[in-house]
Ligand binder design. Structure first.
Ligand code: ARG
Length: 465
């Protein structure tokens, strides 16, 4: 038998391979709730417009509710021969309510249907992601308050550069995450228009009310061009781009966790909850969760790249290629959600080794810039000269094998006679971070104020939420 939903002009069944390449139910069954919601909105509008009877609409709605619970409780029989979620639902509706089911597809097409369903799905994902990222920010902020004054080495080129505080480092990720949330929010604004009623590509001759269906589904307005409505997948691309950037941020943090927890470095310890052991080396505590967060980034970037490639050669309007939009995107969404949750968990109970951090912060002459700054401020030396003299002092200290703040004053004075004990006092790591009080700088006072401001802001969002 040919397909009962579209097989009128066909006499033969599709080849098994045709069915195999064409089928999308394994993926788009995940859109069932959105598909049913869109069908209900469509049916209600058809009845309000007098296109179908109120009685048919009532039966359609009841049938769709039954289907919804059948899918939710696992008793629904998904059929591959029916290709996708839209035809599986409609076919079952026919079994449940008879010929009235056939009226549901008046003035719509699977083309506007799938575009609507996936927009709703992505919108739900965006909302869930915003909540997850907010929880991540909150965890970071709480730890930043706790560690506003915990001194650690700051790095450039992964070389010890200048002392910073652990709280300051954590707040850097709060800022990055705020931008990620901004990108998702921006994508959501553009996404929130309804394709429903564009029908196959050209609109419809039925007197439909697209504003009504848009409103019923929480969209801001109907999409203005029916060709665009069925062929646009920007909303997936934008979401994946924002997801790719967010994943890259998480991956950078994950990489730092991997480095910092290496016994060779020893700045950080992850809890038992977020480490694994080795089956052969009893001493191991592996940061698997961080490594996997780092790796999941590949899936997200991969899904973005794949969909860009799918879309780049497509003429208007709907092309079957676009069916390939869902699998990669849904997998990528799942990967990012998991990564966010894993990072939040790690942040909540990771333990910095404060004494190791402090010691490491002073290694590698990390306060050399503080000495140069003192020469500029106290002796009115041009910064370039101060840089040169400090370089000579660092070389002498390295030769003597002592850290800068333990170098005898007279040895410094041998290089620059005007240096006083006041300079030495500036060279501890605590003094160094304390002095970095410029806006956005690492001074504990700044960090605490920033962290508290963030906490307030997150709290306010939650209340508005
Ligand atoms: N399963 C299809 C998809 O995901 C639905 C739209 C099919 N439309 C069509 N005219 N064959 O894109």
């Amino acid at each position: 038998m040919s397909n009962k939903m579209w097989g009128g002009r066909f006499t033969e069944r599709p080849d098994a391979i045709m069915e195999e390449i064409n089928v999308s139910i394994d993926v788009d069954r995940q859109l069932y709730a959105q598909d049913i919601a869109a069908s209900k909105a469509h049916a209600a509008m058809l009845a309000d417009q007098g296109i179908i009877s109120a009685k048919d609409e009532k039966n359609i709605k009841a049938g769709l509710d039954t289907i919804s619970s059948e899918i939710a409780n696992g008793s629904f029989d998904f059929k591959r021969a029916l290709e996708d979620i839209h035809m599986n639902v409609e076919s079952r509706l026919g079994e449940l309510i008879g010929p009235a089911a056939g009226r549901l597809h008046t003035a719509r097409s699977r083309n506007d249907q799938v575009a609507t369903d996936f927009r709703l799905y992505v919108r739900d994902y965006l909302d869930a992601t915003d909540a997850a990222l907010t929880a991540f920010q909150r965890a970071l902020v709480e730890r930043a308050i706790e560690h506003a004054g915990t001194v650690m080495p700051g790095f450039t080129h992964l070389q010890t550069a200048q002392p910073v505080t652990f709280g300051h480092h954590l707040l850097a990720y709060v800022e990055m995450t705020a931008r990620d949330r901004g990108r998702f929010a921006d994508a959501r604004k553009r996404l929130n228009e309804s394709p429903l009623g564009a029908a196959a590509l050209a609109g419809t001759s039925f007197p439909i009310d697209r504003d009504a269906t848009a409103k019923a589904l929480g969209f801001g307005r109907p999409m203005a061009n029916s060709l665009d409505a069925v062929s646009d997948r920007d909303f997936v691309l934008e979401t994946l781009s924002a997801a790719a950037i967010a994943s890259v941020h998480l991956s950078r943090f994950a990489e730092e966790i991997v480095i910092w927890t290496s016994p060779m470095v020893g700045l950080l310890r992850l809890s038992d909850k977020f480490t694994t052991g080795s089956s052969i080396m009893p001493q191991k505590r592996n940061p698997d969760a961080a490594e996997l967060v780092r790796a999941k980034t590949g899936r997200v970037i991969g899904a973005l790249t794949a969909l860009l490639i799918v879309m780049k050669g497509l003429p208007l309007a709907y092309q079957k290629d676009m069916q390939e939009d869902k699998q990669g995107a849904i997998e990528a969404f799942g990967a990012l959600s998991l990564a966010i949750r894993a990072m939040t968990g790690m942040v909540m109970d990771m333990v910095p080794d404060e004494s190791r951090m402090k010691a490491a912060a002073g290694e590698g002459y990390a306060t050399a810039t503080d000495l140069a700054d003192w020469l500029v401020q106290a002796l009115k030396m041009p910064f370039r000269d101060a840089h040169h003299i400090t370089g000579r002092i660092v070389a002498a200290a390295a030769k003597a094998g002592v850290p800068l703040h333990q170098m005898p004053l007279k040895d410094m004075q041998a290089i620059e006679p005007r240096i006083t004990a006041a300079a030495l006092a500036m060279l501890s790591v605590e003094a160094s971070v304390k002095s970095r009080s410029s806006y956005g700088g690492t001074a504990p006072k700044n960090v605490l104020a920033q962290a508290k401001a963030w906490l307030k802001r997150l709290e306010k969002e939650r209340k508005l939420g």
